[in-house]
Design a binder for this molecule. Structure first.
Ligand SMILES: Nc1ncnc2c1ncn2[C@@H]1O[C@H](COP(=O)(O)OP(=O)(O)OP(=O)(O)O)[C@@H](O)[C@H]1O
Length: 270
């Protein structure tokens, strides 16, 4: 990827119904952020999966999964290795197309979109945090964070200003010029959280976001991830095998052999 991305002049309108898209501005840490209003009882889920099936050759990774994700809600997807967690996340995020079933973002049938449309949808509406951050090693932190905004057409100057505000907000003031190799694992994940949120996404997807961190650092990252995502008005899906990580979320589901076999509330709801 170029270090000097050209704003995309042909940003298509994917017409995702978005009645109450929150302002993607960095929350002001000096002003307590009120909890987002509870969705009206009749509001459709922000993201929904219906009867998702995904196979890889002879392996059925998802065997008919239903999931609902409300506005501002955080959901942990738990389960043993090979149970289908990552496949579910990839289908929900429009990275993989299901073989059967539907994925609906505010009612938009994501599963029917072309590869290109899904790629644009991800850029515009989703943020991602991965186990190892997946930051671009040759770019300083501030440019890693600014990049998704520039790809949506924000000027370099404005995107860089926004990125610095996000880094300040996440406790990384003065570290914006460091490259990922000059950051600790926890700092790098904070940069990844800032990068995921800078575009004001509808949903943030995190796949084992604390998998490479010690327990205390993982705790800090989950606190920052859940709090800032909620304050930004985004919903959150976290794949994890760790119950202490799942406890940060409002709700959790348990996946086994490609099926949802259990559900519960996280400590965030207690
Ligand atoms: N690209 C692929 N090609 C073939 N099989 C795959 C592929 N991706 C996943 N699978 C298989 O689908 C099943 C579910 O995999 P998935 O990665 O979703 O599980 P997971 O619960 O995320 O596992 P882990 O916790 O180990 O990451 C497994 O049997 C896996 O081997």
């Amino acid at each position: 990827m170029s270090s000097n991305p050209v704003p995309n002049p042909a940003r298509p309108n994917l017409a995702v119904p978005n009645p109450a898209r929150p302002n993607p501005a960095v929350p002001n840490p000096a002003v307590p952020n009120p909890a987002p209003p509870a969705p009206a009882p009749s509001a459709p889920p922000r993201l929904a999966a219906r009867g998702l099936v995904r196979r890889f050759g002879p392996t059925t990774a998802l065997a008919g999964v239903d999931v609902d994700l409300a506005d501002g809600e955080s959901l942990a997807v738990m389960g043993p290795s090979g149970s289908g967690k990552s496949t579910l996340l990839h289908c929900l995020a429009g990275i993989l197309r299901p073989d059967a079933g539907a994925v609906l973002l505010r009612g938009l049938p994501v599963h029917e979109l072309s590869e290109r449309e899904r790629s644009l949808l991800r850029r515009e509406h989703y943020g991602f945090v991965f186990q190892f951050g997946q930051l671009l090693a040759e770019l300083p932190a501030v440019e890693n964070v600014a990049l998704p905004a520039m790809l949506l057409g924000t000027s370099r100057r404005e995107a860089t200003d926004q990125a610095r505000r996000w880094l300040d907000h996440l406790g990384l003031a003065g570290m914006g010029d460091r490259r990922p190799g000059e950051l600790s694992g926890g700092q790098a994940q904070r940069v990844a959280v800032a990068r995921a949120l800078i575009t004001g996404p509808d949903v943030v997807f995190a796949d084992e976001p604390t998998g490479s961190l010690d327990q205390a650092t993982g705790h800090d990252v989950m606190q920052i991830l859940t709090e800032t995502t909620r304050a930004a008005g985004a919903s959150l899906v976290v794949v994890t095998h760790d119950a202490t990580v799942a406890a940060w979320c409002d709700r959790r589901i348990e996946v086994r052999d490609g099926l949802v076999v259990g559900a519960g509330v996280g400590q965030a709801q207690r």
